[in-house]
Design a protein. Structure first.
Ligand SMILES: CSC[C@@H](O)[C@@H](O)C(=O)COP(=O)(O)O
Length: 366
């Protein structure tokens, strides 16, 4: 995993009181600066500005945010609601906030005083943080084995892999090594990565600024490309698989991820290339029946109109939805879902938390 001189996210009790400390991702790669969020409004602002971002890390931030409200003696359900709504698409944010709210509420119901209940909330946030780190390791193993042994092992022979990724999905978005990027890193450590193609990821450049930063740090061979160049790479036969993360996976396997992911899935299908989604089970939302039901965050026009005439209007969705039928497999910490559909999604959701992958109900061993 990438070592950051400033930790991606940590809790502090001292000296000025409890706070969530963040590596400010808006300032990368130029500067590794720490941002102190001493109350829920400042954390919500950091979430909205993408100082802290990426689905699993948003879950961790939401969890610590609720612990922060509890430590400050504030209205915990209200804080959880505000945090959960700060960005609508990434389901982990609400999951983390609501999980800690639940632990705090149960402690209060059992008679805990404010300090004891706040300690329970913090312990729950820490547990979620540790679980996410563990999940990264398992996803990396499952994804690497799926690529090297199952999907591409026979077809590609001994040739090393050219993997294409979009947005940023490494240790900057996780308590551990990340999701899709963690798989690329594992392939690299297996000495089977020829190249990681890094989409720059318009408009906020999470690929060019953040994934390239992580690839550089971890020594992966990589190239940055503008998002629109992916088609010519596929046409030239220079992509062996696409790896992306997810912000929300619906019950049918349809996947919301950074805008520009869906066109990659179409390209991958056209060229017969596997398209893999790598995400922890916490990113699956069984309450969302299908892709059409996923709320897509719309962002400000200013993010895309810097070079347009004054007053230009914009269409700026943060995410798009890839239909389940275009996803070759979903790699989770509990195993791999393939084919992707309701049965496989239901099976992985009910699999034991650290269990090995299974070979029934649409899940296959990797
Ligand atoms: C493991 S991260 C998966 C997704 O959260 C990631 O691909 C993504 O789209 C992040 O979007 P962002 O708007 O930068 O938070």
């Amino acid at each position: 995993m990438t070592d950051h001189s400033v930790p991606v996210l940590r809790w502090t009790d001292a000296p000025e009181g409890p706070a969530v400390l963040l590596l400010d991702q808006t300032r990368l790669p130029a500067e590794e600066a720490e941002l102190r969020c001493g109350d829920v409004p400042s954390l919500v602002s950091a979430i909205r500005s993408l100082a802290v971002r990426g689905a699993p890390l948003l879950g961790i931030a939401g969890a610590y945010g609720v612990a922060l409200a509890a430590a400050r003696g504030e209205d915990v359900p209200k804080a959880a609601g505000v945090l959960a709504g700060a960005r609508p698409t990434a389901v982990n944010l609400g999951y983390g906030a609501r999980r800690v709210e639940g632990a705090h509420g149960r402690a209060v119901a059992e008679g805990a005083g404010p300090e004891a209940a706040a300690a329970v909330a913090l312990a729950e946030a820490r547990a979620l943080h540790a679980e996410d780190a563990e999940a990264s390791d398992r996803m990396a193993e499952h994804g690497r084995d799926l690529l090297l042994n199952t999907l591409l092992g026979d077809r590609r022979g001994a040739r090393d892999l050219r993997l294409l990724t979009h947005c940023n999905t490494g240790s900057l978005v996780s308590g551990g090594g990340g999701t899709a990027f963690a798989v690329a890193r594992a392939v690299h450590r297996a000495e089977r990565l020829e190249r990681l193609w890094v989409d720059e990821t318009r408009p906020l450049l999470q690929g060019a600024r953040l994934t390239a930063f992580e690839a550089e740090r971890d020594g992966l061979p990589y190239s940055v490309l503008v998002d629109g160049a992916a088609g010519s790479l596929f046409a030239a036969g220079r992509v062996d698989a696409v790896l992306i993360g997810a912000d929300r996976i619906a019950a049918d396997g349809s996947t919301a991820n950074k805008v520009g992911s869906f066109p990659l899935a179409v390209l991958a299908r056209h060229h017969g290339v596997p398209f893999l989604v790598v995400a922890p089970v916490t990113t699956i939302d069984p309450e969302t029946p299908d892709g059409a039901a996923i709320e897509i965050e719309q962002r400000s026009a200013e993010e895309v109109t810097a070079n347009a005439p004054k007053g230009a209007e914009a269409y700026n969705p943060a995410f798009d939805v890839t239909p389940a039928e275009l996803v070759t497999a979903i790699v989770t910490e509990r195993g791999v879902v393939s084919p992707v559909g309701r049965d496989g999604i239901a099976a992985v959701c009910s699999a034991p938390p650290t269990g090995a992958s299974r070979s029934r109900n649409g899940m296959m061993n990797s």
